[in-house]
Every structure is written in C-alpha cells, then in structure tokens.
Design a protein around this ligand. Structure first.
Ligand code: AHG
Ligand code: MN
Ligand code: MN
Length: 404
C-alpha cells in the first residue's frame, strides 16, 4: 500500500488519460446511442434472471460463463460486505449512544462538512475493496483533492493504491449523508475500471518522489464512463438494495436480513420509455439553461412532447432519486445553472457509474449537449450537469438543446 500526494497526481492526470479513450468514441457531440462501450458485454444465462438467487450465486455464474471477468466476483464480494456493514452503520447512527452521530469537525476536499458517517463509510469501503487483492487504484469523494489544491493542504489528501492489481475503483461512500439525521434514504455509488497492469509503482514511492510514469499509473482513475467494466449502487432505505451492471443489463438485489444475503429481486431492470415524473431541485429552475426551462415548463403544463402533465418527486439523495426513476420511470437531473455552471454532481463517482446503470436499463443520460458516459474527466472531483432517465423524455431535453 502506497500513498501519492494529490499534487503529483494532478500534475500528470490530465496528460495520461488519452490512452484510455477509445478512438471511435466521440467526446464532444451529443449521442443517443447506449451501446458504445469499450468493454465486452458478458453473457448471462437463466440463473442470472431467476429471482431469489443470491448475489454470490449470480456472480459465480457470471464468472463461470465469462472467465475473463471472474476476478470481479471477489471485488463484488467486498462491495457486498461493505454495503451490509454500511446498512448497519446508517441504521444505528441515530441512536443516542451511536459514535457515528454528528459531524467529524473536518471538511472534505470540496469544502463540505464531513459527517462521522462519511469518514467511517469511506473507511469501510476502502478496507473492503483493498483486501480483495484485486484493486489497483482507488479514489473517493472523501479521499483526495481537486487539481487547484493549495500545496500546503496537499499532504492531507491521498490516493490509496495497491499496486499490480487488475481494477480501479471510484466511489461516493455515502451519498446524501446530510439527509441521514432526518431518516431520509442514503446510498453508496461505485464504479470499476480496468487498471493498466503494466503499471509498476515503486514500493517506496511517496508523494512527489514518484516518477512521472508512476504518477501516470495512478491517474488510472481518470477514465471516461465508456471504460467502466462495472457500476453499482447500494440504497439504504425501506430495504437495502444493491443495483449493478456488468455491461449487460441492470440487475437489482434486495438484502434479506434474515439470511444476511442479497437476493435477486429485480432482474433486467427496464426503465419505462416515457414517464410523468420529474426530479430536480426546482428552486434553481430560473437559473437553468433556457432549453431545459422550456421543456420542464411543457411537462408541468402538459404541453410537452408526450402531452402528459408531470408530477414532481425529489428526495435530494441521488441514489434514492435514481432508484425510483429506474423503477417507475421519470427524469432525474442536476443540471448546470448560473451559480453552478457544471452542475453539482461529480462525474467520476456519481455521474458516470449512475449513467452506466441507467443506460443499461434502457434509459439515457446527458448533460444536455453530450452523453455523460463519453466525457473524459480531467480532475477527480470534476462536476457534470446531468439529466437522466426515461428515453423519450431525456431525448426531448437533448432535442431542445440541439435546436438552440
Ligand atoms: P453528497 O451527500 O455525496 O455530497 O451528495 C449529495 C448530492 C446528491 O445526492 C443529490 O442529488 C444532491 O446532492 C442534492 O443537492 P441539492 O441539495 O442542491 O438539491
Ligand atoms: Mn454524492
Ligand atoms: Mn457523499
């Protein structure tokens, strides 16, 4: 296990990523295709579509049919354990005796107050994934710094690596954590990329002592969503749900606490193509781009493309809002506005993994002018405007932007 200061990381990150961008993928123009991925889609059989099978059985079946991704099984074992541990932490966090209650007294790299739960969740995930022995690089919302970090703060932040392994993980350990005291759903978002196995990082390389090549290896986290090999989220709510994609459909599991196992409850999730639900922070409406304002006004008044009058549902926890959108249909978004010109959500560990899951369920995910999955991240905490959900309704937004 080694640590690289973010200053070194940031220096080389942007220059190293082009090697991971597939030549045939456009990154700047809008695209509605959902089939364009770098990685090969695995094959599944009927076991993988049988409700009631455990996540473990599901993953071992996938590994048997697709030996090239069999190592993902171990990684998902770690994810599963972390989600179970976080279920209990979130559930117990409101007890007066809980050590996870309240604020940590620190701010994370983005200037947000860190709750004790944020920090503990980050730790739980890091340990669960690190000890699978399959992980090369790991970056998290609570873990490292943006590119323009003041050098004196750089020491505080670090990227944890375990060299020579197959995968790179990015995650938001506890999405919506500010809601947890009010009993509102929270979640964990995870994206898995392939690590460049040719990367060799010296055991003793710490911070700025790392060579340019070593730093470039650590920049493996900065890959576009089209390079994702897997994405998952866990939702801590009425039940704990674990929803995943391995690039061949979106599958939902529910935690059966009696047996301590995730069981397949939602095989091959398909989001309805059209909907009547929208999910935005509508207090920002007047700050949005004009095309989006127009489309949303059409939805409210029933004068949009579908002629339906929409209802509004917004939790303020991305995982909860996206989960409902997947199951009931709808459009979830955190668009750009005049205050937040790149929106609020982070591309690497919120936007890209959730877009992968959404596309694999038959939905779309756009910034308005570009497919979120095709955007090449330049820094770890890069933000991205997002509108995702039911195909026809998101297409209406894409068309409105294109018409301007
Ligand atoms: P996080 O708790 O990881 O910082 O993320 C919170 C995010 C996301 O879950 C949600 O969609 C959005 O913030 C809500 O933002 P607003 O309060 O501005 O609506
Ligand atoms: Mn989040
Ligand atoms: Mn978070």
């Amino acid at each position: 296990m080694k640590i690289l200061s973010i200053a070194t990381f940031a220096l080389y990150a942007a220059s190293s990523v082009s090697a991971f961008t597939p030549a045939n993928i456009k990154t700047s123009t809008p695209s509605t295709t959902t089939q364009l991925y770098k990685t090969k889609a695995p094959v599944f059989d009927e076991v993988c579509d049988t409700t009631g099978v455990t996540l473990k059985r599901f993953m071992s079946e996938v590994a048997m049919l697709n030996p090239e991704i069999s190592e993902l099984t171990t990684l998902f074992g770690g994810i599963e354990t972390a989600c179970k541990a976080l279920t209990n932490l979130v559930k117990r966090s409101q007890l007066p005796s809980s050590e996870t209650l309240g604020y940590q007294g620190e701010v994370n790299v983005q200037g947000e107050d860190q709750k004790k739960l944020d920090v503990i969740s980050n730790d739980v995930l890091k340990r669960a994934l690190r000890f699978t022995g399959k992980l090369g690089v790991l970056a998290s919302e609570e873990e490292d710094t943006p590119v323009d970090i003041m050098p004196e703060n750089a020491k505080k932040s670090e990227i944890v690596i375990d060299e020579g392994e197959r995968y790179v993980a990015v995650f938001d350990p506890l999405d919506g954590s500010s809601n947890v005291d009010a009993g509102i759903p929270t979640g964990t978002i995870i994206g898995i990329y392939e690590h460049d196995e040719n990367c060799v990082v010296d055991e003793n390389c710490i911070g700025d002592e790392c060579t340019e090549q070593e730093a470039q290896c650590l920049a493996n986290t900065l890959q576009p969503g089209t390079n994702l090999v897997a994405a998952a989220y866990c939702l801590y709510s009425s039940s704990t749900f674990l929803v995943l994609t391995l690039g061949s459909g979106t599958y939902g599991f529910t935690l059966d606490e009696n047996i301590g196992e995730f069981v397949l409850s939602h095989p091959k999730i398909q989001i309805p193509e059209t909907s009547k639900i929208m999910s935005f922070n509508e207090a920002n409406t007047h700050l949005w781009d004009a095309p989006l304002q127009e489309v949303v006004t059409g939805w409210k008044t029933g004068t949009g493309k579908s002629g339906e009058t929409f209802s509004s549902r917004y939790i303020g926890s991305m995982v909860g809002d996206v989960h409902r959108t997947l199951l009931y249909g709808g459009v979830f978004g955190y668009p750009a506005d005049t205050k937040n010109t790149s929106g609020k959500l982070r591309l690497l560990y919120e936007g890209a993994p959730m877009s992968f899951i959404m596309e694999q369920a038959g939905g779309l995910s756009t910034t308005g002018t570009a497919r979120v999955m095709e955007i090449q991240p330049e820094i770890v905490h890069q933000r991205v405007p997002i509108v995702m959900g039911s195909k026809n309704d998101v297409q209406e937004v894409i068309d409105a932007y294109a018409a301007v």
